[in-house]
Design a protein around this ligand. Structure first.
Ligand SMILES: NC(=O)c1ccc[n+]([C@@H]2O[C@H](COP(=O)([O-])OP(=O)(O)OC[C@H]3O[C@@H](n4cnc5c(N)ncnc54)[C@H](OP(=O)(O)O)[C@@H]3O)[C@@H](O)[C@H]2O)c1
Length: 333
């Protein structure tokens, strides 16, 4: 059986770490479809897995990578034919399933989505889990009656993958946006992405009364912790906060006051296990009406090789992200 390269995460008594190895299909978790990987991408979760700073894999060794795009090599499920272009995001890749940072992946058919017309293999990974999650957040906001008239949407972690893509999606759907960032020197790029206003995170009141002057129509939050607590205190009546991440902290110290005195909603966003109909609908939107402009210039920070992944992951963990790393594996196949 032929061998191929994979970035595998190991756990030992000295900790967790990832290295590139030569493996065979037999060593991967079971699946119906073998995919020749064209591109993968780096999300915060990949950075946690690859640096060993987070416990992401459910079993070791595990091929890292929660996202992939590529071409079907073989399939025992009639839903997929050899040569078909596919993508996968979340769906337990890199956790209980071997993931996308490898030349070949073997996955259950249910983890895959046919690549929608309107997206290239590279564009789909420039978006990846970050884009899918931002779009899922927008869908949840709209379903819960968020309207532009309620005021600007605050987007935190704005220079990150989810935040940056959310800015563009919100702008395209008629909202005004405020990018809240730890990197105010990135203001001009954030405005190009879709920010109407750029707010340094350091200027936010990190402690305050349970209700402060309400300034935001709603919010998309990747940080958690003090920043999410601040948003609950400052979102206007009937506004929604899409709660996505924990880049600052998993802790949340709030009161119920914004919920019961302003009707503010905290919407949970979870991109891994998503009803299939929602997943397909969100990808159709991302490939069509919501497709971000100029993806390769604005969203892609760099296209890197498998060997460069560990160093890029260190940078993501340090909060140094600005845009998305796409990982070229086979490239356009
Ligand atoms: N719920 C889900 O299914 C789901 C899906 C995708 C991602 N996530 C989570 O969402 C978050 C963002 O993911 P991502 O892929 O967009 O990450 P990313 O590309 O690494 O961006 C994270 C951004 O957060 C800010 N940041 C990073 N570290 C920080 C810190 N210690 N304190 C305050 N701000 C910090 C930075 O933005 P600024 O400098 O501009 O502030 C950074 O660019 C992560 O927590 C990730 O795990 C969850």
């Amino acid at each position: 059986m032929s061998r191929f390269k994979a970035l595998r995460v190991h756990q030992s008594s000295t900790g967790r770490g990832a290295r590139i190895e030569s493996v065979t299909l037999d060593e991967l978790t079971p699946g119906d479809v073998v995919v020749r990987v064209a591109y993968s991408s780096l999300n915060y979760k990949d950075a946690l897995a690859v640096t060993g700073k987070g416990s992401i894999a459910r079993g070791y060794p595990r091929t890292a990578g929660i996202d992939l795009s590529g071409v079907v090599e073989s399939s025992s499920d009639p839903a997929y034919r050899p040569g078909e272009r596919v993508l996968a995001t979340g769906a337990h890749l890199g956790e209980s399933l071997d993931g996308g940072l490898a030349e070949l992946a073997r996955l259950p058919a249910a983890a895959l989505v046919p690549l929608p017309a309107g997206l290239s293999l590279l564009e789909s990974m420039a978006l990846g889990t970050a884009g899918f999650t931002a779009a899922l957040a927008l869908r949840r906001l709209l379903e819960n009656h968020q309207v532009p008239e309620r005021g600007p949407i605050a987007v935190t972690g704005a220079t990150g993958g989810v935040g940056g893509i959310a800015l563009g999606l919100l702008k395209r759907t008629g909202f005004t946006t405020a990018a809240i960032t730890g990197k105010p020197d990135s203001a001009s790029w954030l405005r190009e992405l879709g920010a109407d206003e750029v707010v340094p995170r350091a200027s936010l009141a990190i402690a305050g009364k349970p209700l402060e002057t309400a300034v935001w129509g709603g919010a998309v939050d990747s940080l958690g912790g003090e920043t999410l607590a601040y948003l609950t205190r400052t979102v206007r009546p009937w506004g929604n906060i899409a709660c996505i991440g924990l880049a600052q902290s998993a802790k949340l110290d709030i009161t119920v006051m914004p919920l019961i005195l302003r009707g503010v909603s905290l919407l949970g966003i979870h991109s891994v296990e998503v009803p299939r109909a929602w997943r397909l609908a969100v990808w159709e939107k991302l490939a069509g009406a919501w497709k971000p402009h100029d993806i390769e210039r604005l969203i892609v920070r760099a296209v890197i090789g498998l060997e460069e992944v560990p160093r890029a992951c260190e940078q993501l963990i340090a909060g140094g992200a600005r845009g998305r790393y796409v990982v070229r594996i086979g490239g356009d196949l």
